[in-house]
Ligand binder design. Structure first.
Ligand SMILES: NC(=O)c1ccc[n+]([C@@H]2O[C@H](COP(=O)([O-])OP(=O)(O)OC[C@H]3O[C@@H](n4cnc5c(N)ncnc54)[C@H](OP(=O)(O)O)[C@@H]3O)[C@@H](O)[C@H]2O)c1
Length: 289
């Protein structure tokens, strides 16, 4: 089976490559090989490679910048997804598309179900929702998976920023009133590969690691594990602060825990607690340094 991945160089695309099952032939394309906003290029590349499956891991993910850069955010997250879906339809390939918990407004206090009404608070969330709707309309048999709080060994993310700040600063304040689930991109990549192997699976799914945390809890765990592993030499005080003390251009959901039950059943794979996954990622990061 031939699988084409967009967004090479991004966190998820990198983990998809790193976790590639040996039986698949991979074509992994970065923005320099394929800009998904360019419909002519998308049609040409999909027609040329004739993949069996396309995984769209490309996205505009700069959540705060999107508030003022909405033309590009929509071009990538809506038009780009639509271009891929149309090309997949013409060339008869299956599409797996990745989306976000930021399509929800965070007003619930129990995990978001795949059928819950999406009400994004940010331009990024709205542009991703527009992409989900376009993909669903064009390819009702596609797979859309919404994830959250993704980090990986590759590229910039919360874990790597925290490790840097914890080494540089004498104390840190981290937001405690936004709750969700940290997700190692490797786990999401493994879920996607499990679904590639199950052609009968389609529809909307949610996938993160297991459990619940605030950004503050996540930061505390990063520091504890990094000290245990010899990646930090000393602990600094970490204070829980409210979101109001750390204003950002984009509003983020206060509660973005999503229900993974149907994704676990579809892929025959259980989620793993976020702290266990964080520990594995830090081991990998340490080896890579
Ligand atoms: N990161 C998170 O916390 C998070 C949470 C929930 C869901 N998600 C979703 O998960 C998926 C993967 O996210 P990620 O964290 O791996 O994102 P990422 O690290 O930002 O990677 C996205 C990749 O897409 C590329 N890209 C941007 N515009 C493109 C275009 N026009 N054509 C082709 N490629 C383009 C980026 O290239 P450049 O770097 O050159 O721009 C980057 O390599 C996305 O759908 C995202 O919305 C992410």
């Amino acid at each position: 089976m031939k699988v084409l991945i967009t967004g090479k160089g991004g966190q998820l695309a990198w983990e998809l490559e790193d976790n590639l099952p040996i039986q698949y032939q991979l074509i992994s394309l970065g923005i320099e090989d394929l800009d998904i906003t360019d419909s002519v290029a998308v049609n040409k590349i999909i027609a040329m490679h004739q993949p069996d499956v396309v995984i769209n891991a490309a996205a505009y993910t700069a959540v705060d910048n999107a508030e003022t850069d909405h033309v590009l955010a929509y071009a990538v997250n809506e038009t780009g997804a639509k271009n891929l879906a149309l090309a997949c339809k013409i060339n008869n390939c299956r599409m797996l598309h990745v989306s976000t918990d930021f399509v929800f407004d965070g007003s619930k206090t129990t995990p978001y179900q795949t059928g819950d009404v999406a009400k994004p608070l940010s331009v990024y969330g709205a542009s991703k929702l527009a992409g989900d709707i376009a993909v669903q309309e064009i390819l009702p048999d596609s797979v859309i998976v919404r994830s959250a709080w993704i980090y990986s060994v590759n590229a910039n993310n919360f874990v790597k920023t925290m490790l840097r700040l914890m080494a540089e600063k004498s104390q840190l304040g981290v937001v405690y009133d936004q709750v969700g689930t940290p997700t190692w991109a490797a786990g999401l990549a493994q879920w996607l590969w499990a679904v590639v192997a199950k052609p009968q699976v389609n529809g909307m799914f949610h996938w993160t690691d297991a459990g619940v945390a605030s950004w503050y809890d996540f930061a505390v765990a990063i520091q504890e594990l990094a000290i245990e592993k010899g990646m930090l030499v000393r602990a600094i005080p970490i204070r829980p602060i409210p979101s109001s003390a750390y204003p950002t251009p984009a509003k983020r959901p206060a509660f973005s825990v999503i229900d993974k039950t149907s994704a676990e059943a579809a892929a025959d794979m259980l989620t793993i607690h976020w702290r266990t996954q964080l520990s594995k990622m830090l081991d990998k990061l340490k080896t890579s340094q």
